[in-house]
Design a protein around this ligand. Structure first.
Ligand SMILES: Nc1ncnc2c1ncn2[C@@H]1O[C@H](COP(=O)(O)OP(=O)(O)OP(=O)(O)O)[C@@H](O)[C@H]1O
Ligand SMILES: [Mg+2]
Length: 238
């Protein structure tokens, strides 16, 4: 079986004024189908940049990225976009909620591309929101009428409602209290164990990282360490 995600010798730089900042340097990472990888590293080490490349939202300077064996740079923009809509659950640091849509509509939206009927889509969206602790009147509000943590949970519900094969979550617990954080981590873990989803979780929390099978540490755009969580996993405050 091919890896779910294959990153090979990827480099990425950004122009900074007159200078160049090398954000990823010759980075290689393989994530197996059904694996749950936690990605850690200091601010600015390249974690979000790496996720954006894996999602096909940006292109590397050199090197290749394959999803289930398919090279992203050999797909058309439409194919990449289709892949994201149908097979990926993306949770970004900026939640990218649609401001004029209600909470419920934000979560319903990705289901429009899956062929689910209206009643089924509504039921799934409500169930997904309930899983992250959102229900009732709140579902009719606009994102601007929610707290940061609530917005984050809507973004998580939206990313997971299509039952994606690959989940890329960039600090999904960053704005949450420890109980909500734990709920979200358990949700990711369940999706991984029960539905076989491949998960890449970016986190600054060593405790949250223990929800995964393997922790990969980035520093200055390179992988500097890999480890496997021990038995104390998932018992710590996140
Ligand atoms: N579009 C861009 N243009 C210029 N520089 C960028 C751009 N995106 C990221 N960078 C720079 O690349 C570096 C890595 O950024 P990245 O967002 O990947 O870090 P990160 O590891 O996700 O950090 P954090 O933990 O703070 O989210 C940073 O120095 C950042 O300023
Ligand atoms: Mg980031």
């Amino acid at each position: 079986m091919p890896d779910a995600i294959t990153v090979e010798n990827v480099a990425k730089h950004f122009q900074e004024g007159t200078g160049v900042s090398h954000v990823l340097r010759d980075l290689s990472l393989r994530v197996a189908q059904g694996e749950f990888v936690s990605l850690m590293g200091p601010s600015g080490s390249g974690k979000t940049t790496l996720l954006a490349l894996v999602a096909g939202l940006d292109v590397p300077d050199s090197g290749s990225i394959r999803l289930a064996g398919r090279a992203l740079d050999e797909m058309t923009e439409d194919e990449r976009s289709d892949l994201r809509l149908r097979s990926m659950g993306l949770v970004f640091q900026s939640f990218n909620l649609l401001p004029t849509f209600s909470v419920l509509e934000n979560v319903l939206w990705p289901l429009e591309f899956t062929g689910a009927g209206d009643a089924e889509a509504r039921a799934r969206a409500r169930a997904g929101l309930a899983e992250v602790g959102l229900a009732g009147d709140l579902l009719e509000r606009r994102p601007a009428e929610l707290s940061g943590g609530e917005q984050q949970r809507v973004a998580i519900a939206r990313a997971l409602v299509t039952d994606p094969g690959i989940v890329l979550a960039d600090e999904p617990t960053g704005n949450l209290d420890s109980e909500s954080g734990r709920t979200v981590l358990d949700l990711l873990r369940r999706l991984n164990q029960e539905r076989g989803a491949t998960v890449v979780l970016v986190t600054h929390s060593a405790a949250a990282a223990t929800w995964g099978d393997r922790t990969v540490e980035l520093r200055d755009g390179r992988i500097v360490r890999e480890s496997r969580p021990t038995e104390q996993r998932r018992e710590l405050d996140v």
